[in-house]
Design a protein around this ligand. Sequence first.
Ligand code: WT7
Length: 587
Amino acid sequence: MQHELIRKSEANRRAAQLSEADRAAFTWDAAATALDGLSEGGLNIAHEAVDRHAQGAARDRVAIRWLGRDGARRDLTYGDLAQETARFAGLLHHHGLQPGAHLFLLAGRVPELYVAALGALKAGLTVTPLFAAFGPEPIRMRMEIGAADVLVTTAALYQRKVADWRGELASLKAVIVLDGEAPDGCLSWSEEMAAVEPMEGCSPSRPDDVALIHFTSGTTGRPKGVLHVHQAVLAHAVTGRYALELGPGIIYWCTADPGWVTGTSYGLISPLVNGATMIVDEAEFDTGRWLDILADESVEVWYTAPTAIRRLMRAGPEAVEGRSYPRLRHMASVGEPLNPEGVLWGQKVFGMPFHDTWWQTETGAIMIANTAAMDIRPGAMGRAMPGVEAGVLARDADGSLRECGPGQTGELALRAGWPSMMRGYLGEEARYRKAFEDGWYLSGDLVTRDADGYFWFVGRADDLIKSAGHLIGPFEVENALIEHPAVAEAAAIGLPDETAGEIVRAYVALNPGYTPSQELEREIRGLARKRLGPAVAPREIAFIASLPKTRSGKIMRRLLKARELGLPEGDTSTLETEDTPARSATP
Ligand code: WT7
């Protein structure tokens, strides 16, 4: 099972930010000196990420180097960011939006998105970035759960995805439109920003005040609004330095969109807190464009995802080897299992391996990583970060938790108490409490740990689907499908895919009077795509006479998956009745 170890040279080890000695000596209290803080024990992410740099020698350093889709470029220095975010914070206060109000972001990767996020934190609001490719349904659901007070978006996204139902969201007091002419009932970013009085300083938030609310999917029920506090910035600072080798002036590119937690923790907060210069590319993945950016922008540290790595691998070594990357010195990956082949491919074509890292929306920051000084075992996610205690837990017959020995499979758990630990699921206290037991946070991932403390990913303990790094709740997909009049019930599962890791496949049982046809399949798929957006909608739909369910009525998605893949069906003792096997996708 194991590939050959990738050994780090002495020079590598010496250049790394985290040595074994630092690791042993680490405490969060000592690390807290990396932060500036506000007077009287206050803490605000925007101050740590922007203002404190702008007040010092880094004022004229580029904070964000923006690359527009069509070749436009824009640099924002730390000083520029300080001014712009102060304006936006002033704008929010001017419109009566007070600390604690909920701001939602829905836009592509334009500079204003970053200004708005940091400006809102400065003003003490909570920030929820949404993925701009979401369809109207996931957007509406999240803004309802999050009781959005204000939305920052573009004119086109507003018209296409929000305008229809805006009137039904009573909490929503203002919509700010970033570009062009503001539609009826919306404020114009450029007009407001030009007129407003900038805010002085930062809102005096406390370390335990909520700063970010990220939505993540569950297997049942509605998406969960994960609460993160200003204190999380300590974990962003430390992990950026130790797992991603960030530091002042380092040119860094995180390819994730802020609509997902990686794009906020490591595509916005961590690099700025560490004083880096971060590349923001507005465009979507493109082999040539990405390699050009790595080469031409002199990227030193690159944080990306397995799906993108696999796409680059498919393009062949010539594509990568035709350019040179003299400044590149650290590459890391996150979000889904990174195949050993991907790690080795990095070594072969870039002369350095990809360093896998593991974390989740709930953990807020990297918990497990291959840090730069570590030898790499291709296929392993790495070791627990300093200050993080990770365990592998299994249940005894009496239901109590116990720690597994080396090589045994169990659930990955983290000892509660790290700074970026989620502090709640919005409005769902019971669901939040269920995520913790005996002082551990239970991740829902199955892993093994070897004798040297390296963690190996085995799979999810639940039915969540990971497609191109996006965590997708089957329930949300199923809800959209049953809105079609022909659909009686639906089940969504993930099927293995060479590039995306998994793709979403759905099974639908039809209402009386409807018969399976290719046309109907296309129609249902089209509706799902429109409501959910392309990142979440099923790629394939198969008709099935009825869904396998437990006697208590729970859909047995795992059984559908086992049948589809020809795997053992496992324990089916709770299966309700005889049911019909899945028919093929093309009727
Ligand atoms: C789930 C969390 C990490 C921030 C972005 C995703 C999977 C994450 C790895 C990895 C295998 C991984 C897990 C995890 N995952 N990193 N290195 N190897 N799987 O955050 O959307 O909350 O997803 O992504 O299943 O639980 P998220």
